[in-house]
Design a protein around this ligand. Structure first.
Ligand SMILES: [Fe+2]
Ligand SMILES: [Fe+2]
Length: 172
């Protein structure tokens, strides 16, 4: 089957998986590893957003945006996700020790992560139903293949480069 922009949803699933691994590290009291995986997640999310902002969204404007999904919606969601993620990194970096206080700090982080995950789910649905669906209809097969493959290959290359802490977390 021909490549579609919707294939990039698989990158969202992989990002979700890395985020879960980070949370598992915190559950296990592996705060340093949890921070390393969260930073890897941030790098991978930023790269994916950069692909969308530099390559996909300009094309989306050119072919004509879906009225329910204006470009500012995606830009605004990206901005918000980046801000929330930066705040999470700061909180995770501040975790220290092993007692009740740190366990409760982890619970507080999980609450904040739930809000982040909700926004991330909204964003996933908005890209599936708006951006990717529109591009799948409007862009020819050759251009789709070239664009999606470039984003895909670059993203997986970065994912490979960040494999260290991810593998360590998978082994917990
Ligand atoms: Fe995306
Ligand atoms: Fe996005």
């Amino acid at each position: 089957m021909a490549t579609r922009f919707g294939r990039l949803l698989e990158i969202h699933r992989e990002l979700d998986e890395v985020f879960l691994l980070h949370a598992e590290c915190l559950l296990q009291g592996e705060h340093g590893l949890g921070l390393a995986v969260l930073k890897g997640y941030r790098e991978l999310l930023l790269l994916h957003m950069e692909h969308e902002e530099r390559q996909l969204l300009p094309l989306y404007v050119t072919v004509g945006v879906a009225p329910r999904f204006p470009v500012v919606l995606y830009g605004g969601q990206h901005e918000k996700l980046r801000g929330m993620l930066d705040a999470l990194v700061v909180r995770v970096a501040a975790l220290e020790g092993r007692g009740r206080a740190v366990r409760r700090a982890v619970l507080g982080i999980f609450d904040q992560e739930t809000t982040f995950k909700h926004l991330s789910e909204h964003h996933d649905a908005a890209e599936r139903d708006g951006l990717f669906a529109r591009l799948d209809l409007a862009v020819d097969a050759e251009r789709t293949e070239a664009l999606v493959s470039r984003c895909w290959d670059e993203w997986w290359a970065r994912r490979g480069a960040l494999q260290g802490p991810i593998l360590e977390a998978q082994a917990l």
